[in-house]
Design a protein around this ligand. Structure first.
Ligand SMILES: [Zn+2]
Length: 618
């Protein structure tokens, strides 16, 4: 293996898509420093009965080194490769020899394709396998409408390779087109622009002209309808959910405008949101042009729309400027959490953003206490591990806290100017932590060495823990809520005397969280009677309440606990609830009984998480 320094210099000199220097990606077999994929033409035939996508992927490639003996190396996982052809001109194709490498449980298999000296593209015919973790096939019962099946993809972090053979590294950006064939009654949507081609029923054609990392290629197929929200915003959902979703997201256009005012133009033309079926394992996924969002954010009162602000902010941080490897994930998420709070502040006011910042930091401190030192580092080491191991509050909240710290050091206006310039400078590029660090130094050079020392970037980026001068967000509203919680726990305030009607959702969450685990069931019942917490329609509130209920063994909430754990599959909710359950033998038994029923409807990612918590073996 060539040493890193030599390798990076070589790649820097030769990379034809001259961007920032390429760094090795521990999570890809690809060798883009020799042969680079830069465009994909995809045809997909979606077979719900067989739960298989049959596909043809035509990859436009270019040699990026002088060594013309170098093959094309792609990432695959569980794909059944039928044929591979290569072409020197993109028109006439000839069979190309290929070999699949040894199967790695995390990375899958390399697909090495021998190429002629002069090469323009390769075409791969293949079918997805039964363990394609990016694909979730839902039965009609698992959808809101209960009439039609549903399919959606989740490619982040390294699952694009389970449905498309690619250089599946966030450092390799491609454009793509897709032609999709689905059952006639269903609609296919993608993270791309729908082309107005006249096609037979059940066929769709998409194009993504802006270059994106493979983890942002996304497809969903179902009984979907669309409603316009603004000139360039709209929502897709199953028919029965559409009206509720449109009402909840009515401020979407305003959010896009607020973000543009701060960080420069929205570069993806349209911003639509697809409301997912309940088993979606995440809150949202920032697929470009089309955010996938969990229906658990539809609280009915816009109290959970910060999630939308988060996914929208990814249109700048993450999608426009992407992490080059999963070690740099904080560049996607830390920036996005910071931007999200700025959007919330612009649209809903400072008090709301302050509350979110306090809750964010609290959650970070709690998680940090459980994490090993290396995992507390923004530029995390992930070699030999799953990128998902880095999916903690560290990249999100510590990353955001770092930017908040830079804001405190340099001032808000200079930081905004920096961010705007950053998004312009690195637009449609994937960068590393080192590239960010260098750019930060350059841009803030004029503020002098004292400020640079104060900024303390090295400790923030490469050391565990949280630097002692980190911002300490405060929110007056939350301090009041804590006082209420204390008074209630001490028995000096009755539930009926709490100013419940005046509390926002975020304040409610904080109130419940501030209650001790030994209130006693009589006081739990008192709270429940006064505020119908067991019956709450707000997913975050009910989640926080159920945690308390498990801690107390508060039985009246158990039917709801079972319902909540079976009706939705968002990992953020499942993980803490099951973790709380396994703390007692009776709880564990209950957890296993619920999981036995719920498991088939969970997404594989959520399933794996809970398998681990319960020690479940199939
Ligand atoms: Zn995010």
């Amino acid at each position: 293996m060539v040493s890193f320094a030599a390798w990076a210099t070589l790649a820097g000199v030769l990379a034809l898509n001259a961007g920032p220097m390429r760094e090795p990606d521990d999570h890809s077999f690809g060798t883009p420093e020799h042969v680079l994929v830069n465009h994909l033409d995809l045809t997909l035939d979606v077979d719900f009965a067989a739960k298989v996508i049959t596909s043809e992927a035509k990859l436009a490639i270019e040699r990026t080194s002088q060594d013309v003996s170098q093959p094309l190396v792609l990432d695959t996982k569980g794909l059944a490769i039928q044929s591979v052809e290569a072409s020197a001109d993109g028109k006439t194709f000839a069979k190309a020899p290929f070999a699949l490498g040894k199967d790695d449980p995390i990375l899958g298999q390399s697909l090495t394709i021998s190429l002629p000296e002069k090469v323009h593209s390769v075409t791969i015919r293949y079918a997805t396998g039964p363990r394609a973790t990016a694909l979730q096939w839902l039965t009609p019962e698992q959808t809101a409408g209960k009439q039609h099946p549903y399919l959606f993809t989740q490619s982040q972090a390294i699952d694009a390779r389970t449905w498309i053979p690619l250089q599946d590294s966030p450092g390799v950006r491609i454009t793509y087109t897709a032609r999709v064939k689905v059952p006639e009654a269903l609609t296919a949507v993608m993270s791309a622009a729908r082309l107005p081609n006249r096609l037979p029923k059940g066929e769709f054609s998409y194009e993504m002209k802006q270059s994106i990392p493979p983890y942002l290629i996304a497809l969903a197929v179902g009984d979907l309808e669309f409603r316009k929200l603004g000139p360039r915003t709209g929502v897709y959902a199953e028919p029965s959910v559409l009206t509720k979703a449109a009402a909840e997201f009515s401020e979407m256009e305003e959010m896009v405008t607020a973000c543009e005012a701060l960080y420069g133009p929205y570069r993806w033309e349209r911003y639509d949101v697809l409301v997912m079926p309940p088993s979606f394992p995440f809150g949202g996924m920032e697929n470009p042009r089309l955010t996938f969002a969990s229906p658990t954010v539809l609280a009915g009162d816009k109290s959970l729309v910060s999630l939308l602000a988060h996914e929208l902010a990814h249109s700048w941080s993450g999608n426009l400027v992407s992490n080059a490897t999963w070690r740099d994930f904080w560049l996607n998420e830390g920036f996005t959490v910071y931007l999200e709070r700025r959007i919330m502040e612009a649209v809903y006011g400072k008090a709301r953003a302050d509350v979110e910042a306090v809750l964010g930091k609290r959650s970070l401190l709690r998680e940090m206490a459980e994490l090993s030192k290396p995992d507390q580092i923004l530029h995390i080491e992930l070699k030999g591990r799953r990128p998902d191991d880095g999916l903690t509050d560290v990249p999100y909240e510590k990353g955001a806290l770092f930017l908040k710290h830079l804001e405190a050091v340099y001032g808000r206006v200079p930081l905004d100017r920096f961010l705007k310039a950053y998004f312009k400078r690195f637009a449609f590029q994937s960068i590393t932590t080192a590239t960010f660090e260098k750019y930060l130094e350059e841009r803030f050079l004029k503020y002098g060495i004292a400020k640079a020392i104060e900024a303390n970037a090295k400790e923030w980026l490469y050391e565990p823990g949280i630097p002692s001068d980190a911002p300490k967000p405060v929110a007056e509203a939350l301090t009041k809520v804590e006082a209420h919680a204390k008074a209630f726990a001490a028995g000096t305030t009755a539930a009926a005397d709490l100013p419940a009607a005046k509390l926002s959702t975020q304040e409610w969450l904080h109130f419940l969280d501030a209650l001790p685990a030994d209130l006693g069931n009589a006081r739990m019942a008192e709270l429940d009677k006064a505020f119908s917490l067991t019956k709450s329609g707000n997913s975050e509130v009910v989640f926080q309440w159920l945690l308390l209920a498990i801690q107390h063994g508060y039985e009246p909430a158990y039917p709801r606990l079972e319902g909540f754990l079976t009706e939705q599959g968002r990992r953020k909710f499942l993980k803490p609830l099951y973790e709380e359950l396994v703390k007692t033998p009776a709880g564990k038994e209950r957890g296993i009984a619920i999981f036995r029923k719920a498991r088939p409807s969970y997404h594989p990612l959520s399933r794996d998480t809970v398998d681990g918590i319960l020690g479940w073996k199939e």
